[in-house]
Design a protein around this ligand. Structure first.
Ligand code: 4AD
Ligand code: MG
Length: 434
């Protein structure tokens, strides 16, 4: 009896007969030879069917099988350096084929299609090698995130998705009805994290977050995943130190464990290999000077747009920290710099190679009076923030934290142009199907 195996383990079965259950990815007809590229979820392997070596009905099945038909193939594993596949280097001399379901004409042919065409068929597009590779990188990035945090003293404490108030910007809230009361889909778990650290010290939340951003860019989605570590007794400096260790671990682990997938994506990993601590740090003031010198003008006090982030990020080989943004362009909870209230203890991490901001964070206001004033200045409904103010009444401490955008990080590691491919079913401006 042939052994049922997964393609990812094929190297262990050289010279032996195995059975693989999967789908037909592609086929090449060379007359008496049929080359079947079979995928099973874990990888892709070429099966060879030679007319002389199989019963006529098996050869007919090979000739007639259509793209994306589900099938079960049995044959002998042979080493062949030139064999295509993931992992490469092995092929299957097929002895038997069982067609589970003969697929109708598959709409996504192995050729170029327009993006809208593919997005309408996202449920099928997921099967293509490139999407397979990106989403396997995604799973590894998520595993590395949890691995590092769990191993470095951070407790996973979940935060709610339905919330009564805004964390970031009231204009980008998705509102819903909570039994007659307004409720919003969370933009960030940060405010709850700040309550949680007073019980647990170091925590993180990790989940989907929502922003009704009316911007159609290649880096924005309405629904994205964010991991948010938060730390009691940590200042801005400590925050940056944790960020660089964390990001380096994610990048290096993914390079190691997803080398095959990054090869499928033809990612040049030269710069990613250099992502190790320490990362360069510059102030917003310095960044503004650089930008104005380099012909990407910006006025002191304005927030960075994508072109600014990219111009600053691309000046460095590693991700760069930009700290001390003007108070006016950051959220209400940012701690202010003593003696310089016009700047905040905020920090963004900008990636190189045109990827821009992947992390936002900083030190939070510890003072009751300052926080009260900020809530007023930002015209936030005080009643909804009473509990948050409370945290400054009972054992307030200096504390910091940050949020890493998972999809932005995947985009950067995979080296892909648009964020829509980094999540199985993206929610974009003007698209919620499928
Ligand atoms: O900079 P942001 O808005 O920071 C916060 O939400 C903080 N409360 C996080 C914290 O300190 N705990 O968002 C953090 C990151 C960004 O750097 C970016 O990577 C990602 O989330 N992000 C988005 N990713 C995809 N689509 C969007 N619309 C995004 N908005 C933010
Ligand atoms: Mg930000």
């Amino acid at each position: 009896m042939a052994k049922n195996i997964y393609i990812e383990d094929i190297a262990n079965w050289e010279g032996q007969e195995v059975t693989i259950k999967g789908w037909l990815y592609n086929k090449t007809d060379k007359g008496r030879l049929q080359f079947l590229l079979v995928r099973d979820g874990t990888g892709l392997v070429q099966g060879v069917v030679f007319q002389k070596e199989v019963p006529p009905e098996v050869f007919e099945a090979a000739q007639g099988v259509t793209q994306e038909s589900s099938l079960i193939v049995t044959g002998t594993v042979r080493a062949d350096e030139r064999a295509p596949g993931t992992p490469g280097g092995y092929e299957l001399s097929i002895r038997d084929i069982e067609i589970v379901q003969l697929a109708e004409e598959y709409p996504i042919a192995p050729k170029e299609h327009g993006v809208e065409f593919l997005m309408d068929r996202r449920h099928l597009w997921l099967r293509s090698s490139r999407q397979w590779a990106i989403l396997r990188v995604r799973a590894e990035v998520i595993r590395a995130i949890r691995d590092w945090l769990d191993g470095n003293g951070f407790l996973n404490v979940d935060t709610p998705i339905l919330t009564p108030s805004a964390c970031e910007d009231t204009t980008t809230l998705f509102a819903t009805d909570y039994f007659g009361e307004p409720a919003y889909l969370t933009q960030s778990g940060q405010l709850y994290n700040e309550a949680d650290i007073m019980s647990f010290g170091r925590v993180y939340c990790f989940g989907p977050t929502f922003r009704a951003e009316k911007s159609k860019t290649r880096r924005h989605m309405m629904e994205f995943w964010m991991v948010e570590p938060e730390m009691a007794y940590a200042d801005l400096d400590e925050c940056m130190r944790v960020e660089e260790e964390f990001v380096s671990y994610i990048v290096q682990t993914t390079l190691k464990n997803r080398a095959n997938e990054l090869k499928v994506l033809e990612r040049d990993t030269t710069l990613l290999e250099k992502v190790v601590p320490p990362f360069p740090r510059i102030s917003y003031d310095e960044a503004v000077e650089i930008l104005n010198k380099e012909g990407v003008p910006i006025e002191w006090g304005d927030d960075f747009g994508a072109p600014h982030e990219v111009a600053v990020g691309d000046r460095f080989e590693k991700p760069v920290f930009v700290h001390h943004y003007p108070t006016q362009c950051k959220a209400f909870y940012m701690e202010e710099e003593p003696g310089r209230p016009e700047v905040s203890k905020s920090v963004d991490l900008l990636a190189a190679e045109g990827y821009g901001e992947i992390i936002g964070g900083g030190q939070r206001t510890a003072s009751y009076e300052l926080l009260e004033r900020r809530i007023e200045e930002h015209n936030l409904p005080r009643a909804a923030y009473e509990w948050y103010l409370d945290l400054r009444k009972y054992g307030s401490v200096p504390h910091s934290g940050f949020g890493l955008g998972v999809e932005r990080t995947i985009m950067w590691i995979c080296g892909i142009h648009h964020i829509r491919e980094t999540i199985p079913f993206p929610r974009l401006l003007g698209r919620m199907y499928p």
